[in-house]
Design a protein around this ligand. Structure first.
Ligand code: SF4
Length: 413
C-alpha cells in the first residue's frame, strides 16, 4: 500500500499523492554547453526519463537554463550548492525545481529564505536534499571514535563495532539527517511554502532506508529516493534495487533516481525494472529470459541480449520471453505477449499464448521483433522493426553433438 503523501508539482508533473512514481536522472555534461546538455536530455527522454537534473556550479550554467528549457520536454531541476545566487538565476531562467541542501548554503537560513521567496513567486518546487556525507564532520568523528580495536591473547584483533554497534551508528546518523530535513522544512513553512520534496541519500543502503523510514513516519512531504554514489552498473544497480525495494515495498517513495557511474541513459532501465518488479509501474517491456544451461541447443544469451537492447525504447507495456528449450520455454512463452521457445537449431514463436510458427535460428531476432512490432503503436513499431526488417543476427552456434563456439553471422536478404 502506497504511503499517502501530499502532492506537489515539478513543472507539469505531479509528484506524490496518487501520482505514478516518477523516474529521474541527472546529466553529466557541462550545463553551459547547451547543445551537449540538450542532446543528452533528449536521449534520456527517449528511454523514459521523466525529470532531469543539471548541475549548476557557476553563473554561466544558471544562465543556460532558459535555452535548455526551450529545447526539452521534461521538467528540469537545478542542482545548487553554496551560492544562493545560482538558485535565484536558475529560477529567473524558468527552472521547474531547485535542489538545495540548506546546510551548505553560504549564509544558511538567510539564503534559503531568499530562494523560498523566489520559488513561491514563480511557482517553483524545491527538493531539500540531506546526504549522510553532509551531516557535520564533528558528529561523524564522534561515531568513529567509538570504534576501538583490541589485541586478544591469541594475537587476533577484536573490534568494538560488531553489527549491533553499526546498527546504532546508522540509526544515529539517520536520525540526524531526518532532524535536519525537518528543521529545513520548518523554515520553509514559516514562509508558507510547501512545494517541497525531500531526499535523504546515503551511499550505504541501510542508512538511507533507516532515514527515509524515520522521515516518512513523521512527515507527509513526498520523498525522492536514491542511494547516492552507488557505484558502477552492477554494484549501483544492486545497491539501488536493495535499498529502494525495502522502501518502495513499504509504500515509501514518490520519485526515484538510480545513480550509476555510467552514461545517465543506463540509469533509466534499472529504475523501471525496479518499479516493474514491484508492480508499481507498468511501462515498457517486461522481459523474461532463461540463463540457458547444458540442455540448450540455441544461443539464448545473444538472442536475449539483442532483443532486450532493441526494445529499450518501447514504452507500451508488453511481456516478451526468450527461452532456451522445452523444459520451461513453452510455458513462459505462452504467458508472454510474444515468446520464443528454442529447440534444436529452431524455435517456436508464440503470440498471445498461441504457437504461430517455427523458425530457424538465424531468423529468431527477425521473427521475435516482427511479432513485438505488430503489437505496438506505429511510432514504437518503427523503432523496433524498421522498414525492410532486421538484417543481421549474430550469435554462437551450439549443438550437443558439435559443441559450442562456431560463430554465425547471418544477413537476411
Ligand atoms: Fe535450460 Fe531449458 Fe531452463 Fe533454459 S529453459 S535454463 S535451456 S532447462
Amino acid at each position: 500500500m502506497r504511503r499517502k503523501t501530499r502532492q506537489i508539482h515539478v513543472g507539469n508533473l505531479a509528484i506524490g499523492g496518487d501520482a505514478p512514481i516518477a523516474v529521474q536522472s541527472m546529466t553529466t555534461t557541462y550545463t553551459r554547453d547547451v547543445a551537449s546538455t540538450v542532446s543528452q536530455i533528449h536521449r534520456l527522454e527517449e528511454v523514459g526519463c521523466e525529470i532531469v537534473r543539471v548541475a549548476v556550479p557557476e553563473e554561466e550554467d544558471a544562465q543556460a537554463i532558459g535555452e535548455i528549457k526551450r529545447q526539452i520536454h521534461i521538467p528540469l531541476v537545478a542542482d545548487i550548492h553554496y551560492k544562493h545566487s545560482l538558485a535565484l538565476e536558475s529560477i529567473r531562467q524558468g527552472i521547474d525545481c531547485v535542489r538545495i541542501n540548506p546546510g551548505n548554503l553560504i549564509n544558511g537560513r538567510q539564503s534559503l529564505d531568499e530562494i523560498v521567496r523566489a520559488c513561491k513567486e514563480r511557482g517553483v518546487a524545491m527538493r531539500i536534499g540531506v546526504n549522510s556525507g553532509s551531516i557535520d564532520a564533528l558528529d561523524q568523528r564522534g561515531q568513529m571514535e567509538r570504534v576501538q580495536v583490541r589485541l586478544r591473547e591469541d594475537g587476533t584483533l577484536e573490534r568494538s563495532d560488531p553489527l549491533e554497534a553499526r546498527r546504532r551508528e546508522r540509526e544515529h546518523l539517520a536520525e540526524r539527517m531526518v532532524t535536519k530535513a525537518l528543521e529545513y522544512i520548518s523554515w520553509c513553512e514559516e514562509l508558507d511554502y510547501h512545494e517541497i520534496k525531500v531526499s535523504l541519500k546515503s551511499s550505504n543502503p541501510l542508512t538511507a532506508v533507516e532515514a527515509y523510514t524515520r522521515f516518512s513516519a513523521r512527515s507527509d512531504y513526498p520523498l525522492h529516493l536514491g542511494i547516492t554514489e552507488a557505484g558502477t552498473i552492477v554494484t549501483g544497480a544492486v545497491k539501488s534495487a536493495v535499498g529502494m525495494s525495502l522502501l518502495l515495498s513499504q509504500g515509501i517513495g514518490d520519485t526515484i533516481r538510480v545513480s550509476l557511474s555510467a552514461e545517465p541513459e543506463e540509469e533509466i532501465p534499472v529504475a523501471y525494472e525496479i518499479l516493474r518488479s514491484l508492480e508499481l509501474r507498468n511501462r515498457g517491456v517486461t522481459f523474461v529470459s532463461c540463463p540457458s544451461c547444458g540442455r540448450v541447443e540455441i544461443d539464448v544469451v545473444s538472442v536475449a541480449n539483442e532483443v532486450e537492447k532493441r526494445l529499450s525504447k518501447v514504452q507500451t507495456p508488453i511481456q516478451v520471453a526468450v527461452m532456451g528449450c522445452v523444459v520451461n520455454g513453452p510455458g513462459e512463452s505462452r504467458d508472454a505477449d510474444v515468446g520464443l521457445a528454442g529447440g534444436k537449431g529452431r524455435g517456436v514463436i508464440f503470440r498471445k499464448g498461441k504457437a504461430v510458427r517455427t523458425v530457424p535460428e538465424d531468423q529468431f531476432l527477425d521473427a521475435v521483433l516482427k511479432e513485438v512490432a505488430s503489437l505496438l503503436p506505429p511510432n514504437e513499431a518503427r523503432l523496433v522493426y524498421p522498414e525492410g526488417g532486421i538484417h543481421e543476427s549474430a550469435g554462437v552456434h551450439r549443438t550437443r553433438e558439435e559443441g559450442i563456439g562456431h560463430r554465425v553471422l547471418t544477413v537476411k536478404q
